[in-house]
Design a protein around this ligand. Structure first.
Ligand SMILES: N[C@@H](CCC(=O)N[C@@H](CS)C(=O)NCC(=O)O)C(=O)O
Length: 246
């Protein structure tokens, strides 16, 4: 082969490689959200645990028309797939589980899957959401009405009692393997504990040492550590912006 042909062939191969890379990149899953969002971090941890190649798009929740077009309630995370956008974290976690290989985050047995899903839903509805009603006062220097705080306290205690009754913590929430229930747990319990400590002077996990042990175990996970580092890097700017908005 002449030198020119070799050069042409190399150029062709490199162009084909570049096109393939670009296509792969365009088809790559994109996770929209920001590093301080606990729900965003749930989806991010699932992707990292599975070793999925994904891109992050830094965006905050908003009611802007352009954002509402991809997230109907204006919240993050949003997962951008080849077919379109998906919102709601539990749905995103399920989609990731169904479409991506890597480490399973749901058991194969349908009943066991149901058990994990029930735990994840209980943590979201009965722990994360009541705690969230007080985030404005606990994290952003705002004020929350006493009636809201009273309800949050009763709901949170009910949520923790539910978790104690239903979870296994052996050592993971649903048993011996890490699942989406642990992901929901990890990124809900820390915030809920902060709310309970600061507003009600309660150690939310006092009756649940197994949960404290699991948090300590999960804190050793390199992907959890990466998410924590990314979160801390963005935290000061996020809090300043949130306080300026209030
Ligand atoms: N139910 C939603 C909740 C997501 C959510 O509350 N995200 C927060 C950030 S952690 C958000 O986008 N807040 C912006 C807003 O409400 O304007 C989900 O499961 O994804």
């Amino acid at each position: 082969m002449m030198a020119l042909d070799i050069l042409r062939e190399q150029r062709y191969k490199s162009a084909a490689f570049h096109t393939r890379r670009t296509m792969e990149k365009n088809n790559m899953i994109k996770l929209h959200g920001f590093a301080v969002s606990n729900y965003f971090n749930m989806a991010k941890l699932a992707l990292l645990e599975k070793g999925v190649d994904f891109e992050m798009v830094n965006v905050h929740g908003s009611q802007d028309e352009a954002f509402l077009a991809i997230s109907p309630r204006g919240k993050v995370p949003v997962l951008e797939t080849e077919q379109g956008f998906l919102n709601e974290t539990n749905v995103i976690l399920e989609y990731i589980e169904e479409t991506q290989g890597g480490k399973p985050l749901l058991p194969s047995d349908p009943y066991e899957r149901g058990y994990v899903r029930a735990l994840a839903k209980e943590i979201e509805l009965y722990i994360e959401l009541p705690a969230r009603s007080c985030y404005m006062e606990v994290f952003f220097g705002g004020k929350v009405e006493q009636a809201v705080k009273d309800k949050a306290k009763a709901d949170l205690l009910g949520g923790i009692a539910t978790l104690k009754r239903h979870a296994k913590f052996s050592p993971y929430v649903a048993g011996s393997e890490m699942t989406i229930a642990d992901i929901m747990f990890l990124f809900s319990i820390d915030l809920a504990s902060a709310v309970a400590g600061k507003l009600f002077a309660i150690d939310l996990l006092a009756e649940l040492p197994e949960a404290k042990a699991l948090l300590a175990e999960l804190a050793k996970n390199p992907n959890v550590q990466k998410i924590e580092a990314d979160k801390n890097a963005e935290m000061a700017a996020f809090i300043a912006a949130a306080k300026a908005r209030k």
